[in-house]
Design a protein around this ligand. Structure first.
Ligand SMILES: Cc1cc2nc3c(=O)[nH]c(=O)nc-3n(C[C@H](O)[C@H](O)[C@H](O)COP(=O)(O)O)c2cc1C
Length: 215
């Protein structure tokens, strides 16, 4: 029997250390050991031929990307258009798509419009929609690498990924899930503001520049 092929696709433009990829790594260990799992990074406006060919052969596609202006980052949208063309050319593909959208806001519900966009893309491309996960507090995911699965601030992320993995393993659909970190919102906000002040200093600008209008 042919093994079930799963493509985990990170759609963050960051070449390294993205929350999108960290979420996929956490999901990967929860997937059935019978699956053939491959991880791809789509951080350019066009898809490399080999990645496109391999992803298009998958039975299951999991897209994980950051929320950009309530939507899909433009480079990834372009990659989706390329996949759509390919899928239409080879109609009859039996693929199920799951999506994880992480965002800077604390509330995962912010990802609802972007998950709807992926769901609509599935209809256009002729593939099946499985389930979406909206993850709030994306800014802190990278800092939780050393926290054990299911513990402390990671608890809600892990529980949601457990549910998503169980649907992927069963090949079933599920209602979208929306989560926030198991952490006080005020603490997340203070941490984010400290991070922005640090980053602006590292880039040779002042705190006041954070509020500067560009136009
Ligand atoms: C251009 C841009 C637009 C963004 N738009 C939103 C947004 O509309 N809502 C939101 O909650 N976060 C927004 N963010 C924050 C990212 O979604 C957040 O930092 C995310 O955790 C990054 O994930 P990544 O590490 O996988 O790239 C935006 C970030 C950038 C750079």
């Amino acid at each position: 029997m042919k093994p079930i092929k799963v493509s985990l696709v990170s759609g963050s433009p960051k070449p390294l250390s993205s929350s999108s990829e960290a979420l996929l790594e956490s999901l990967r260990i929860k997937l059935s050991s019978h699956f053939l799992v491959n991880l791809f990074n789509l951080n350019k406006t066009s898809m490399p031929e080999e990645s496109l060919a391999s992803i298009m052969e998958s039975d299951i596609l999991v897209l994980s990307f950051p929320l950009y202006v309530d939507g899909i980052p433009s480079h990834l949208l372009n990659c989706l258009f390329e996949m759509e063309k390919h899928l239409k050319r080879y109609a009859g593909t039996d693929m199920t798509v799951y999506a994880i959208v992480n965002c800077g806001f604390f509330e995962g519900q912010q990802a609802l419009p972007a998950l709807e966009m992926v769901k609509n893309w599935c209809v256009k491309a002729g593939v099946s929609w499985g389930q979406g996960l909206g993850v709030g507090g994306g800014g802190m995911i990278q800092n939780l690498a050393s926290v054990p699965d299911g513990q402390g601030p990671k608890k809600n992320f892990s529980m949601a990924l457990d549910q998503l993995a169980s649907n992927i393993n069963a090949g079933s659909e599920g209602e979208n899930l929306y989560i926030s970190p198991n952490f006080p919102k005020i603490g997340y906000k203070i941490g984010a503001e400290m991070g922005w002040r640090h980053q602006i200093k590292m880039n040779g600008l002042s705190k006041r520049d954070l509020n500067r209008r560009l136009v």
